[in-house]
Design a protein around this ligand. Structure first.
Ligand SMILES: Nc1ncnc2c1ncn2[C@@H]1O[C@H](COP(=O)(O)OP(=O)(O)O)[C@@H](O)[C@H]1O
Ligand SMILES: [Mg+2]
Length: 283
């Protein structure tokens, strides 16, 4: 049983053999029926590796299949072709509650149960899976509540009493309740004001360090991307164009990359970081 993060760290160490990527996506295809007949290929022979302990940020234009890929890595969608391995094990073999102990997910909208208290929301996956004795559920949930910077007095509140930043924190505590080694974040700072966004990024950074988490994140927010990413993977033309440290991605010539990083928003974010954006020819 692992209610403390030290115990779960030890368990993780044993579970994950060195040298095996945390996630390996091999030759993945996603094909959906087209509303007007025929089919649409979203991902074509897509390959991606996520190493243990990194924060990989997935970027790509709207509709390129970022959310579909996250859902596939969670086992919620099955690709048309290809394989997904989670530390060496085919995802298909990690069904139900076993998958939940491997991957925590922070959904974009927070997705809390409005009729439940903060503590009941955090404890929900533990109760569902019956992973630990009932008497310890409350204690485990309180531990996670403090871990995300909430106060014991927040435990009994309803989601409708919470600010946007607090809702994200509760959703994060719930995503971490099973002590997963892997955390997926879909637009973690979307909809937050700049101060709450900075505070949430700081929290994510310290949890990543303290818990040794591997994180896969989708974000459009360049401040969040620059603050947290160890590598950035660019989804375009139905596959991963490049997955590399942000400096290498900035140097990669592609219309989407230039638009995303070197447009007005990107330049402002780079300026705040005192990074000089590469010049684009013709500008
Ligand atoms: N279950 C589905 N059936 C049909 N089309 C889908 C399904 N899920 C996603 N799509 C399509 O796949 C494309 C990629 O979607 P999505 O992953 O949500 O994009 P984004 O990169 O913006 O997150 C979109 O065109 C979407 O309409
Ligand atoms: Mg999406």
């Amino acid at each position: 049983m692992s209610v403390t993060s030290n115990a779960s760290e030890a368990a993780r160490g044993k579970e994950v053999s060195a040298g095996v990527p945390m996630i390996e996506v091999r030759n993945l295809w996603s094909v959906f029926p087209h509303p007007g007949g025929g089919s649409v290929v979203i991902h074509k022979d897509l390959n991606l590796q996520v190493e243990r302990g990194e924060v990989l940020t997935l970027v790509g234009g709207s509709g390129t299949g970022k959310t579909v890929l996250l859902r596939q890595m969670l086992g919620l969608n099955t690709p048309a072709r290809g394989t997904i391995l989670i530390h060496g094990e085919p995802l298909a073999a990690l069904s139900g509650s076993r998958a939940a102990t491997h991957v925590g997910m922070l959904f974009q909208q927070g997705a809390l149960f409005s009729a439940f208290s903060v503590l009941e929301n955090i404890a929900f996956p533990l109760k569902e899976t019956g992973a630990i004795p009932k008497a310890l559920v409350r204690e485990a949930a309180m531990l996670k509540l403090r871990m995300v910077g909430l106060q014991p007095g927040d435990a009994g509140k309803r989601p409708s009493d919470l600010s946007g930043g607090m809702i994200k924190r509760v959703a994060l505590a719930r995503a971490l309740i099973m002590d997963p080694p892997l955390l997926m974040l879909d637009e973690p700072t979307a909809g937050l004001d700049p101060d709450s966004s900075d505070a949430f990024v700081d929290l994510l950074r310290s949890l990543h360090e303290e818990l040794g988490l591997t994180v896969v994140m989708v974000t459009h927010d360049l401040d969040t991307l620059f603050a947290l990413s160890t590598r950035v993977a660019v989804l375009a033309e139905q596959h991963i164009l490049i997955a590399a440290p942000v400096a290498d991605v900035l140097a990669f010539r592609h219309p989407f990359i230039e638009h995303f990083f070197l447009g007005e928003r990107g330049r402002r974010a780079l300026e705040r970081l005192h990074v000089r954006a590469p010049a684009i020819e013709g500008q």
